[in-house]
Design a protein around this ligand. Structure first.
Ligand code: PLP
Length: 363
């Protein structure tokens, strides 16, 4: 191995987080949400590891679903946004994909195709106004699908806009609208809960939960880390110091010379940059560990490198080859995200293919 940037993914942690989600709702089945390359962790490797434990997988597109099938995943796979083109129904029927259904194109093209599909989740817009139909239309869709005889089971789903904000009443309002819709329909299985709702809201029991970010040990809440929620972080991003120099008080560093040394200190160049997924917006002071000791970003993030300094100068100088933890073990990704003006979801999901990926937990 040459460039020393490695994303180590702990598959056992992901399985353990999945089991934790199910423990919180023992009457529910759970999708393992592995869209967007399992939030940057590697969809095929994650799904292969969870296969046999996960009740089903959920992805955002038929391409993501087919990638899993081609890798040998036999469990049900759900398309969270449904089909984008009528021709996709043929593949759904053939491959046993389950789908969300949220518009008339999706409904009519299924009826026109006339082939049986296993499960359809009619998507209710309970207040987020991104996907879904209102309660009357949802009830009509459920009836039409049931009458068609083409669908093994018709379920009702919705998605929360603000479940990560425990002080916001929107989730309560969305749940109330969901219940009103269920009353219009009569007996129907439900799927409402993402990670935040699984961990902190009271959601309908039975049916399906849809944990995503929590599987990867990352918190959906701004004010608390995954570890504090009892989750096991799944990804640790590490690299090494590749160059060391001494800067003097007043020296400026990096593109734009945006960092200025307030005292004499060692400046350590580390092999990671925004070309790997490390956020360019990370501010001076973004935390990391160098040889297990607290360190921080000092200078603008480049495509392939960053510059850093140790928080406390030590009598033992840092050296080329010292290990750097950028996030994961000992450095919550949520903290790095905070310093970069974003959320943990985005940091892991936008990892590029440049880091070496190492999987722990496989035989
Ligand atoms: C419809 C749907 N369900 C579940 C999830 C998983 O959400 P989270 O990662 O917050 O658990 C997502 C993710 O965006 C989603 O779009």
């Amino acid at each position: 191995m040459s460039r020393p940037l490695t994303a180590t993914v702990d598959l056992e942690a992901i399985l353990s987080n999945y089991r934790y989600a199910k423990q919180l709702h023992p009457t529910c089945k759970a999708f393992a949400v592995v869209k967007s390359n399992a939030y940057g962790h590697g969809a095929v490797r994650v799904a292969q590891y969870l296969e046999g434990d996960a009740d089903a997988f959920a992805v955002a597109s038929i391409e993501e679903a087919l990638e899993l099938r081609e890798a040998g995943i036999e469990s049900p796979i759900m398309l969270l946004e449904g089909i984008f083109e009528p021709a996709e129904w043929e593949l759904c029927a053939e491959q046993g994909f389950w789908t969300a259904l949220e518009n008339s194109m999706q409904l009519e093209s299924l009826l026109t195709l006339g082939k049986p599909v296993e499960k359809v989740f009619v998507k209710l817009d309970s207040g987020m106004h991104r996907l879904g139909v209102n309660k009357e239309t949802a009830a009509e869709y459920v009836q039409t699908l049931r009458d068609s005889g083409l669908v093994g089971e018709v379920l009702l789903m919705t998605h929360f806009a603000c479940a990560d904000d425990l002080a916001d009443l929107t989730t309560m309002k969305q749940l109330a609208y969901f219940e009103q819709t269920r009353q219009l329909i009569g007996k129907v299985e439900a799927s409402v809960a993402n990670s935040a709702a699984i961990m902190k809201w009271s959601v309908p029991e039975g049916g399906w939960i849809r944990p995503g970010i929590m599987l990867y040990g990352i918190s959906p809440f701004a004010e608390v880390s995954g570890v504090e929620l009892g989750l096991k972080p799944a990804m640790t991003l590490t690299s090494k110091v590749i160059s060391v120099r001494q800067v003097s008080t007043g020296d400026k560093v990096g593109y734009g010379l945006s960092y200025q040394a307030a005292a004499d200190h060692q400046l350590l160049t580390v092999a990671v940059g925004y070309g790997d997924g490390y956020p360019r917006a990370a501010d001076h002071g973004t935390p990391m560990l160098i040889n297990g000791k607290p360190a921080e970003l000092a200078g603008r993030v480049s495509m392939d490198m960053i510059t850093a300094k140790r928080v406390t100068e030590s009598s033992v100088p840092a050296a080329i080859g010292d290990e750097v933890v950028l996030w994961g073990n000992g450095v919550p990704v949520e903290k790095v995200a905070y310093w970069s003006g974003t959320i943990g979801y985005e940091l892991v999901t936008r990892m590029t293919s440049r880091p070496h990926f190492v999987y722990q937990g496989e035989e």
